[in-house]
Design a protein around this ligand. Structure first.
Ligand SMILES: NC(=O)c1ccc[n+]([C@@H]2O[C@H](COP(=O)([O-])OP(=O)(O)OC[C@H]3O[C@@H](n4cnc5c(N)ncnc54)[C@H](OP(=O)(O)O)[C@@H]3O)[C@@H](O)[C@H]2O)c1
Length: 356
């Protein structure tokens, strides 16, 4: 895995940095139980296909992590509906292969690759500059890319890998693209930002004392924190957009338990257990894109603002994922973190004070 400092060999210790605290142990157990619960629930609820999908000709969509898994399937479906799709991927070979696969299925589709590494603020800035220049209106942004339970490591800017890749990167990307997303929305047809989170958020908490897990690293806990952060960001962003009367919807979702490469960092013995279950019981990657498509392109969700979806269904959030004080504090802390690395955050969105 790019950008990781350590190999995967000592997962059994669960924490390569320091001792694993009782807090992190509890978080891991909670997250693992919630994951199992999610899967069991899913077994009894077949994947719902997104209904009400509308043509997307003339609309620009950016999908991060679009070379494989749910992201590829989302990009493919958006292209099939006629959108001009930018596959935002970190690896040019894999990204080009995905572009070619979509072109061969939809020969008249408009798809292109733009390199984006969410583990690098410089890459995000460069991507956003190029995208904003090329597309004065960006109608859809699907923040899909993610990593799960890698060994402890840092992004190029020194953020813990999951916190940086899953949360800080998409946060920064979204804010840098926001003017062009706002420019794309109209009262008749909103622009949409879709943040792919996870049911893992249920077990997550924002550890303000140690956002980057420097004191103690719990792989599942850090993943759950990053996925909770996606939701808190999504909700806070919606409040900001609504306060500014922007015709933009910001949503978050759980794609289901999906058979993808996301599980590559599980320890060997867990992968051994996971594989047969994954093949039999997990959603396919195409099914894992259903909720993203519903949030991004269904007429049924046109009037929705700031919602959470699971299995193409509006789903209430736990109270800790809508807490205004946590959302606001996290927003401010994230802006400070980005600025502390020497990167600029647009002044208009640096503070969320307008939504207080
Ligand atoms: N699979 C599940 O059961 C499940 C459950 C809940 C939530 N989710 C969420 O669904 C989303 C999609 O995951 P998936 O299951 O489709 O996993 P996946 O098949 O492993 O795809 C992840 C994608 O993210 C990309 N990515 C990772 N790090 C990146 C970076 N630094 N910069 C740019 N792109 C990066 C990967 O690119 P490379 O190919 O170059 O690595 C890949 O395209 C994730 O946000 C995940 O947290 C998945």
């Amino acid at each position: 895995m790019d950008g990781l400092e350590n190999d995967d060999s000592q997962f059994s210790s669960f924490d390569r940095r320091t001792h694993t605290s009782a807090r992190t142990n509890m978080q891991s157990i909670k997250s693992a139980l919630l994951g199992t619960y999610s899967l069991v629930t899913q077994i009894f609820t077949p994947a719902k296909q997104p209904t009400g999908l509308v043509p997307l000709e003339g609309r620009v969509a950016i999908v991060t992590g679009a070379n494989i898994g749910c992201g590829f399937e989302t990009a493919r479906s958006l292209a099939g509906l006629g959108a001009h799709v930018v596959l935002a991927c970190r690896n040019s070979e894999k990204g080009e292969a995905a572009v070619q696969a979509i072109r061969s299925e939809f020969p008249s589709s408009q798809v292109e690759l733009q390199l984006l590494d969410l583990q690098s603020l410089a890459s995000i800035r460069d991507f956003a500059q190029a995208a904003n220049k090329k597309f004065p209106k960006i109608h859809l942004l699907v923040n899909n890319a993610g990593v799960m339970v890698p060994p402890f490591g840092h992004t190029a800017d020194g953020f813990e890998t999951q916190f940086g890749t899953n949360y800080v990167g998409p946060f920064y990307l979204t804010l840098l693209l926001l003017d062009n997303i706002v420019a794309a929305g109209t009262p008749e047809r909103v622009a949409r930002i879709v943040n792919v989170s996870s049911a893992a958020y249920h077990g997550g908490s924002i550890n303000f004392d140690d956002l980057n897990s420097e004191k103690s690293y719990d792989r599942l806990g850090a993943y759950a924190q990053s996925k909770l952060a996606n939701i808190l960001f999504s909700g806070q962003l919606q409040q900001l957009l609504t306060a500014r009367k922007a015709n933009v919807a910001s949503h978050a979702l759980h794609p289901g338990v999906v058979n993808t490469g996301l599980y590559q960092h599980l320890p060997q013995f867990l992968q051994f257990i996971e594989r047969p279950f994954a093949n039999l019981l997990f959603y396919t990657a195409a099914q894992g894109a259903y909720s993203s498509m519903y949030a991004a392109a269904s007429s049924e969700t046109e009037a929705d603002r700031g919602l959470f979806y699971s299995n193409c269904t509006r789903t209430p959030l736990d109270a800790h994922a809508t807490n205004a004080a946590t959302s606001s504090a996290l927003w401010k802390a994230t802006v400070e973190l980005i600025r502390s690395k020497g990167f600029q955050v647009p002044a208009a969105v640096a503070s969320d004070s307008s939504v207080q």
